[in-house]
Design a protein around this ligand. Structure first.
Ligand code: 13P
Ligand code: SF4
Length: 335
């Protein structure tokens, strides 16, 4: 999906009031649909969903659900992953233009060329990839189980990790693995949350905990701050979005600085109303995630749109890698 060529104006003109909520719930019942929402969705979409969670949790819920239709309020690769796991179900995304700059950072052709340079390497792809890339992958992972996935691979095997360079650096740091090669992709939203900004915010709030998503450009700086004792190490936590919610529920901190997409703040504030959660960068908003508007959801349920299709042969090749992903690691938040 080439964002520059698409008109990305979201569907609008619908207010998320009580009548909207009643109509969405009625249509979901009528369609035998389960509504799933990622933690970066608009608050009103998170609140109407049956389940809100991180990528891993939502993939697992989608795979286990008895509903005949899955409405995925998230971005396209997430809905595609649900379709790969449940090819017989109808999978809808309320706006198929909701792409992902990270998933766009590697194509299947580029991956095939990279594999040819490293014969015998195990390919680990982040779930933020297209179905075609997953079809060339041995094991998929999400941010909540990337370390466990890589640790499950025999130490003497080379690993190709893609496409996120910051998550890759985090995994390399934690596993201490030298034979891990990392693709130089990034998410424009998380890459923009940078080290100097984090250091400045941490200096102004010395008692605050720091919750950092490993896709962030500032993850290395956060560990530097901890390593140098500038921020006590126990205050720095590198977490998937679901694990942030788990951490928030047990938090004793007065203030938590959150380095990830700003949609996350809604679940955190619900999970721990007594804690002051602040974004490290309040401009870190993913325009793709925010395309799932109240109007888009209503349209999707009314028109059975946008239906997600994955070529059956591509889905067959990708399924093993995605299944391995949902089998590895502790439950992601939202389950
Ligand atoms: P999580 O797997 O932590 O939910 O991360 C998600 C992400 O960046 C989706 O775009
Ligand atoms: Fe993709 Fe980044 Fe948006 Fe997540 S926040 S959907 S990785 S562009």
């Amino acid at each position: 999906m080439t964002a520059e060529l698409l008109d990305l104006t979201p569907y609008g003109g619908v207010v998320a009031d009580a009548a909207w909520r009643d109509e969405v719930r009625r249509l979901a019942r009528e369609r035998d649909a389960v509504l799933l929402a990622h933690n970066y969705q608009l608050p009103e979409i998170q609140d109407i969903a049956d389940h809100t969670g991180d990528s891993l949790a939502l993939s697992r819920i989608a795979a286990q659900s008895d509903a005949s239709t899955i409405v995925f309020c998230g971005v396209h690769f997430m809905a595609e992953t649900a379709k790969i796991l449940s090819p017989d179900k109808t999978v809808l995304i309320p706006d198929a233009r909701a792409g992902c700059s990270l998933a766009d950072s590697i194509t299947a052709d580029e991956l095939r060329a990279w594999k040819a340079e490293h014969p015998g390497a195990v390919v680990v792809s982040y779930v933020n990839t297209t179905a075609e890339v997953k079809a060339e992958t041995d094991i998929c992972c999400t941010s909540s189980n990337a370390v466990d996935v890589v640790a499950s691979i025999p130490a003497d095997r080379e690993v190709l990790f893609l496409p996120d360079q910051f998550l890759g650096a985090h995994v390399k740091r934690v596993t201490g693995r030298e034979n891990l090669h990392i693709w130089a992709g990034e998410c424009h939203v998380h890459a923009g949350i940078n080290g100097p900004e984090l250091a400045e915010r941490a200096a102004a709030n010395p008692d605050a905990d720091l919750y950092i998503h490993p896709e962030c450009g500032c993850a290395t700086s956060a560990l530097y701050l901890a390593g140098e004792g500038i921020v006590p190490a126990e205050q720095v936590k590198i977490l998937s979005t679901g694990d942030m919610v788990g951490q928030a529920k047990a938090s004793k901190a007065k203030t938590v600085l959150v380095a990830t997409e700003v949609g996350m703040l809604h679940q955190l504030r619900k999970a721990a109303p007594g804690v002051n959660f602040e974004a490290v960068n309040d401009r870190a908003s993913c325009r793709y995630m925010k395309m799932i508007t109240p109007a888009a959801l209503l349209r999707g349920l009314r028109e059975n749109a946008d239906e997600v299709h994955v070529d059956p042969e591509t889905a067959r090749k990708a399924r093993g890698a995605v299944q391995r992903m949902i089998e590895i690691g502790t439950p992601g938040g939202g389950e």
